[in-house]
Design a protein around this ligand. Structure first.
Ligand SMILES: O=P(O)(O)OC[C@H]1O[C@H](O[C@H]2O[C@H](CO)[C@@H](O)[C@H](O)[C@H]2O)[C@H](O)[C@@H](O)[C@@H]1O
Length: 384
């Protein structure tokens, strides 16, 4: 299967480089070598372009990226010019799907590739299983989606890989049939597999909420006190910006500006910059109307997928088909890993055209649900 045929260079990738070695988890956890130095005007000149991107926030790049970080909400008004622009948008979207075909309309093709293979399913949470909402604490998934995820997890090994803390995403999903990775893959609760834990200094035996023995892998555990400190500083420094919200995701911190007036976005950027400039071992990434502060370690959702495949005993490409469904920039790391392994599919959830490392697309969480149901139906019919 040649997964490289329909794309050229990716655009939305996170800057962290991805090792091409097959597993290499242990050796890829390269410690960050601090390279921060203060220039004479007391602005940090931090060579974090590749590993973390801490541009001077006064350059327009921060705020520009903040502006383009989430597709605009569609407002259903009746005026004619809007109808025309909807039509244009729809044409643009349909043209885009020539490059990123719908995973629903291409389901037969996916099923053909999956014949004789074991599917491993990876799902992002926000924007994939639950719709994007203004209040991050209220990003609930519907019961229908929960039931679809439960059913699909009974058919295939399934993991959720989220930027949220693992506890928070478990609270939202509430299913015991899955594996959970929080903090963009920096907190993985996976199955016990001796070969993996022996190899990993940050891997330990633990028990899940049901008391079942599991492997807990936390490659950024040493950052916990630093993240707590940064969380408190950011809560304090953003407290006067109306609508700003800081979320502690255990190994990373999210600073939300979805509900902040656009005129104050620069102030949000300033607060984040002022805090993290003092932490050369932290980096900044952009999500959907959110600035995310996280450790500079060579670990991301892509590495988490590789780790989980290994933990599940599914790292052999010949008879395994990993499928990763996600909507965010951080999911691009996982799409890229599947693309580089030439094994498995990334499915990008988006209602607007975007460059991606994914192979297929779905418009929104309701299409994700249909896709999950189709996988279950296919599995059941192929078992007959
Ligand atoms: O990896 P994910 O599961 O997609 O998590 C990424 C971030 O998702 C959440 O924020 C996003 O969704 C919120 C609820 O819909 C929305 O209000 C916010 O604007 C989005 O950025 C979550 O709150 C973050 O902590 C995650 O990092």
């Amino acid at each position: 299967m040649d997964l490289k045929s329909n794309h050229t260079a990716p655009v939305l990738t996170d800057p962290a480089p991805i090792s091409k070695s097959r597993m290499g988890v242990h050796s890829s956890l390269l410690p960050y070598t601090p390279g921060a130095a203060f220039s004479s005007n007391l602005f940090l000149t931090i060579p974090r372009k590749k590993t973390g991107v801490l541009d001077d926030f006064r350059s327009s790049s921060w705020v520009d990226t903040m502006k383009s970080s989430s597709p605009p909400h569609k407002k259903m008004t009746k005026d004619l010019s809007n109808e025309i622009s909807f039509a244009d948008t729809d044409v643009a979207y349909r043209t885009w799907t020539l490059k990123y075909p719908s995973a629903l309309t291409s389901f037969e093709q996916i099923a053909n590739f999956a014949k004789g293979k074991r599917i491993a399913l990876f799902l992002d949470y926000d924007g994939t299983l639950s719709p994007i909402v203004d209040n991050p604490d209220c990003a609930f998934m519907s019961n229908a989606m929960r039931s679809a995820v439960k059913k699909v997890a009974k058919c295939f090994p399934t993991a959720i890989i989220s930027g949220r803390s693992r506890d928070k995403v478990y609270e939202f999903v509430g299913l015991t049939e899955l594996y959970y990775a929080g903090s963009h893959g920096m907190d993985i609760m996976g199955p016990v597999r001796q070969s993996v834990s022996d190899d990993q200094p940050n891997c330990m035996r633990s028990a899940d909420k049901q008391g079942k023995e599991v492997n807990l892998f936390q490659p950024a555990s040493e950052f916990l006190p630093m993240i707590d400190e940064v969380y408190s500083s950011l809560v304090d420094s953003t407290k006067d910006i109306k609508g700003a919200k800081v979320e502690n995701n255990k190994f990373c911190v999210s600073v939300h500006y979805r509900n902040v007036d656009e005129k104050s976005w620069k102030s949000v950027a300033q607060c984040v910059y002022d805090v993290i400039k003092n932490y050369p071992r932290l980096r900044l990434t952009h999500g959907r109307k959110v600035l995310e502060v996280r450790p500079v370690i060579n670990w991301d959702k892509g590495k988490a997928v590789t780790f989980l495949l290994e933990s599940l005993g599914l790292s052999n490409c010949d008879d395994v088909l990993p499928i990763y469904v996600g909507d965010d920039r951080t999911d691009e790391d996982a799409f890229k890993v599947l693309r580089e392994r030439n094994c498995g599919y990334g499915v990008l959830v988006t209602s607007v055209p975007k460059e991606s490392n994914a192979f297929y697309s779905l418009r929104d969480p309701s299409e994700v649900m249909e896709f999950l149901k189709s996988l279950v139906m296919w599995k059941k019919s192929s078992a007959l």
